[in-house]
Design a protein around this ligand. Sequence first.
Ligand code: SAH
Length: 282
Amino acid sequence: MCSKSGLALGSLGFAAGLKVAVSSGSRWGLAQIYFLMLMTNLDILAEGAVALGVELSDLQLGQFQTYLDGLTEWNRRKNLTSPGALADAERVHFLDSLSLVPVLRREAPNGRRLVDVGSGAGFPGLALKIALPELDVVLVEATGKKAEFLTWMKNSLALGEVEVLAERAELVARREGYREAFDVATARAIGSLKLVLELTLPFCKIGGVLIAQRGGDAEEEAALAAKASSTLGGGEPRVEPAFASLAADAETRGSIAVVRKLSETSDRFPRRDGIPAKRPLT
Ligand code: SAH
């Protein structure tokens, strides 16, 4: 059903080619556009995943299709994601989530427990669970309708070991069984790196790691967050280019920040509801 590899070969390259083609208007460019139009959305996903070192089975591709159908259906009634992002969900949501996989494998090769803070419609947490079913995933999402979607979606996907908590991270991170209990934390598009650190590092075990997509000037942001990270028990934030930046929304999220948890987080953190966003750590 997937990987009509002859057709889909190098879809990321062709996606890049599309940009060139549009700007140059060349004949070869138009041929590329035509070629791209022949590809199905699942081909784009499958080939993009291969580029990230993730071989998706037909079962997993079917789950991504079910996910997309569910998201499309719910989005008619509840505003879970923008129409633009939905139209390009394979890249903007799925492959962008999977761009964390190579980093996760390298930084937490034996990591099993993952928390995704501010999961929204499940990115990256639920997408990662489909790609890496061995993960034990907790999705923390404060907005009721989004958490409701996540619960419905994970049930429809018949995934084991996904827990959805319709709560604020500030509260969950103080609870036994969740505090200092995860090998990996993720968070996409919830705010500044300082905010991400305060809402995720308390969840990480010592030796665990935060892996987060970042946009803008990620290097500068990482330098500015170094002190906050140390205050929270984290190491110096490192930034690397997202390998899948071609597949994703490259202009807004081209980097991945990696922060190792080095020591226990003081019980002063995270501060109470809303404060980490309102008054970022210095
Ligand atoms: N990660 C998703 C959603 C981003 S929007 C994506 O990238 O597509 C940010 C989400 O974080 C919102 O759904 C919001 O409800 C949630 N959120 C923000 N602050 C939170 C907090 N303190 N605890 C839990 N969820 C939070």
